[in-house]
Design a protein around this ligand. Sequence first.
Ligand SMILES: NC(=O)c1ccc[n+]([C@@H]2O[C@H](COP(=O)([O-])OP(=O)(O)OC[C@H]3O[C@@H](n4cnc5c(N)ncnc54)[C@H](OP(=O)(O)O)[C@@H]3O)[C@@H](O)[C@H]2O)c1
Length: 326
Amino acid sequence: MDRVTLAGTTLEISPLCLGGAPFGAPLSDAESFALLDHFVELGGNFIDTARIYSDWIPGEKRRSERVLGDWLQARRTRDGLVIATKGAHPDLDRASSPRTSAADLRSDLEGSLQKLRIETIDLYWLHRDDPTRPVEHFVDTLNVFLREGKIRAWGVSNWTTPRLRAAHDYAQRSGQLCFVANQPFWCLGHLQAKPPGFDGWVKLDAAMHAFHAETGIAVIPYTAQAKGFFTKLNLPFWKRPLELARHEFHTPANVALGRVVAEIAGARGVTSNAVVLAYLWTRAFPVVPIIGASRPVQLDDNFAALGFRLTPAEMRALETASCSGL
Ligand SMILES: NC(=O)c1ccc[n+]([C@@H]2O[C@H](COP(=O)([O-])OP(=O)(O)OC[C@H]3O[C@@H](n4cnc5c(N)ncnc54)[C@H](OP(=O)(O)O)[C@@H]3O)[C@@H](O)[C@H]2O)c1
């Protein structure tokens, strides 16, 4: 399988990234191991977790990182894997109080290294921004971690385009390593969905798309499959889940968009989900979707979609029906 090289690094990542938010809860440890094993069997090597996952479920803290660390130890498979985790997230009960001092960033990083039981994090994400701090603070601090060998590269998640530009310009001016990837909320129909059930998200929009087209920096979007909405919508009506009307993506505009997805999928002989994924990676800059999965069999479908690209006419039809402004 082709790998994507993250510009400015030697990191070679699979064209799909496995999302780790459900590791340990709601997925059991054994189910998480099965998902990780199957992802690697299919050729995947890029795994995304975060210090905060899944602290919103009562009980154990830092569960997702712990489960990933257990799996790495059990399988002895660190070589060739690209492990990404995130820090700088506010405490869940104090969402409006950023945790972004140099001490907070270091404490999160050290905590993640301990939970994962690894020496270096391949790609370290800043999970949230804090616009009260200058971008220089983040670029300088992350470059200290790079020089210490604790991370191999860094990225940003949920940052706005003006902040991306400012950090990019400062890193260039100061001769330091810039973020090598951006992790926004992006999928087909995301601008027409109901707000997600958590704070601090930033959606990719036309300005952010232009930034990536200009710089060639990779986008590694989350909620990349619209949480399976278009697949569920395009099932025969007797198989559709009863709760579909309450789905985050269920709005009149996305139901209309679903018809365009179904037409393209039917004409090209692929699944609705293949159209949803190809909408992201049919771009002039690298896009590596983070995929959530509740069952290993979903990964087969995701990997089967990899070679599929949309035509310019199909892209136009999807952009128009999703009012993306791209
Ligand atoms: N940086 C951030 O702030 C942030 C925020 C959110 C998430 N994330 C990252 O992104 C990851 C994924 O997030 P997400 O769960 O929202 O993403 P998602 O991939 O859009 O949604 C996952 C859901 O899509 C459905 N699905 C998966 N494969 C499918 C297939 N082949 N066909 C049809 N449906 C399929 C499944 O739904 P069913 O189980 O209902 O079938 C699955 O639970 C997280 O684990 C985390 O790593 C990051």
